[in-house]
Write a protein that binds this ligand. Structure first.
Ligand SMILES: Cc1cc2nc3c(=O)[nH]c(=O)nc-3n(C[C@H](O)[C@H](O)[C@H](O)COP(=O)(O)O)c2cc1C
Length: 405
């Protein structure tokens, strides 16, 4: 069966030179079994004739928002509901700005605003327009809103410039759509991830914390989202930008983090505790700044809640994964933590002279479960996160198929 069989795809075409390549995109989508509805902007019609696209797609092209005859048939809301996927190729700088601004000033922007289908953009423009701060700001806004970006490619441009801004080739655009149409390892699951350090207040201006940068947890969140999960990232204070397409909750202390996790746990399928949660907090944070009056200060610390253990003990426990950072006896200590807390899996990073993961782009992880031990080796945090998510998905599905039988 073709990979896009019966998939409803709205192909949006905007006013750029690359619009002549849209005909080839329609042809390839149809070849893969998709049902294609072309929606064009007014400017797009100056670059390619609607008749060509109508002939290739087998459906009348839609181009007008204020069209009474269309509204009694397939109006803008019907197109938005009908779509399984929207792809805009080429996406002009002007269209990108309108979409980032949440405009509904023509049929294509209105359909994009009304739809719950995923939206992919294949930008095409002069390199100066692409590099312009305004365009980059609009692209950042759209990717943070969950819109996917296909390209642009770099190279010689129609205007004679060389640089980024060329539309991806039609075959590459269609390949991306086919990849995203595949069943992904965590499709349909809710995944909650904690990341970063916690800050335990000493007084209104000081806190006890640790060296966690949040990079590992953020990479795990991005990998889970790429695997199709609906991700909530509960993060202590970090300097990082949250990955796009996830729900983000910022917290400070371990108690805040626990409260945020408890709100998620009811609907959570997989929990991954990557945060370096402080074990202790000051018993009584001072209500005003502690002054430098005495030579020494004694702090009384009390135990923080053990978020990971509480999640694992919950009657509706999700598949629960912990992280351990150990300086001595890493593997035996992690195995002990796995059993004591009742985890399904634990990822261990050993802190020693050759591996200090704090703030680094790289790490060395070993995964331990009751059944096995896998050394993922030393790699970038991004690659380790992808490997970890693949392992979690495979074990989560195994556990559920066993429970279902
Ligand atoms: C010959 C010509 C080529 C153009 N090529 C592009 C282009 O490749 N990318 C782009 O963003 N704008 C391009 N423009 C400008 C757009 O057509 C213009 O911004 C238009 O308002 C876009 O409208 P739309 O986004 O509604 O389709 C071009 C304009 C002309 C006259």
């Amino acid at each position: 069966m073709p990979l896009l069989a019966e998939k409803h795809i709205v192909l949006g075409i905007t006013g750029g030179i690359a619009a002549y390549k849209s005909a080839e995109i329609v042809r390839r989508l149809i070849e893969q079994g998709a049902v294609v509805q072309v929606v064009m902007t007014e400017a797009a019609k100056a670059f390619i004739a609607p008749l060509t696209l109508q002939a290739l797609s087998g459906r009348p092209v839609r181009d007008s928002l204020l069209d009474p005859s269309a509204e009694s048939g397939m109006g803008h809301i019907e197109i938005a509901r009908w779509a399984d996927q929207i792809v805009i190729a080429p996406a002009s700088a002007d269209f990108i700005a309108r979409l980032a601004g949440g405009m509904a000033s023509d049929l294509l922007t209105t359909v994009c605003l009304a739809t719950s289908a995923p939206i992919a953009l294949a930008p095409a423009m002069n390199q100066g327009m692409w590099n312009n701060t305004a365009t980059q700001r609009n692209i950042d806004t759209l990717t943070a809103d969950g819109v996917s970006l296909l390209g642009p490619a770099s190279g010689a441009q129609a205007c004679g410039d060389v640089g980024p801004g060329r539309m991806l080739e039609p075959a590459d655009i269609v390949n991306h759509l086919m990849d995203s149409g595949k069943v992904r390892a965590l499709d349909g699951t809710n995944v909650t991830i904690t990341a970063g350090p916690t800050w335990e207040a000493l007084d209104p201006v000081r806190a006890l914390s640790n060296h966690s940068s949040g990079k590992m947890g953020y990479a795990v969140a991005a990998a889970a989202a790429a695997a199709g999960a609906s991700v909530t990232l509960v993060s202590g204070p970090t300097a990082l930008k949250p990955p796009s397409g996830i729900r983000y909750q910022a917290v400070q202390s371990a108690e805040d983090m626990l409260a945020a996790v408890e709100r998620e746990i009811e609907d959570c399928d997989v929990f991954i505790g990557v945060a370096a949660v402080a074990d202790y907090r000051p018993a009584q944070p001072a209500s005003s700044k502690i002054k430098k009056h005495s030579e020494s200060v004694t702090l009384e610390l009390v135990r923080n809640p053990d978020i990971l253990a509480l999640v694992a003990q919950n009657p509706k426990r999700p598949f629960t994964v912990g992280f351990a950072a150990e300086t001595d006896q890493a593997i035996p200590n992690a195995r002990d933590k796995l059993q004591r807390k009742g985890l399904d899996l634990i990822a261990v990073n050993q802190i020693n002279a050759t591996n200090n993961p704090f703030g680094s782009e790289e790490n060395h992880l070993v995964l331990i479960s009751e059944m096995d031990e896998i050394d993922l080796g030393r790699d970038s945090k991004t690659a380790l996160a992808e490997h970890l998510i693949a392992e979690i998905a495979h074990r989560y599905h195994d556990q559920h198929s066993t429970q279902d039988h």
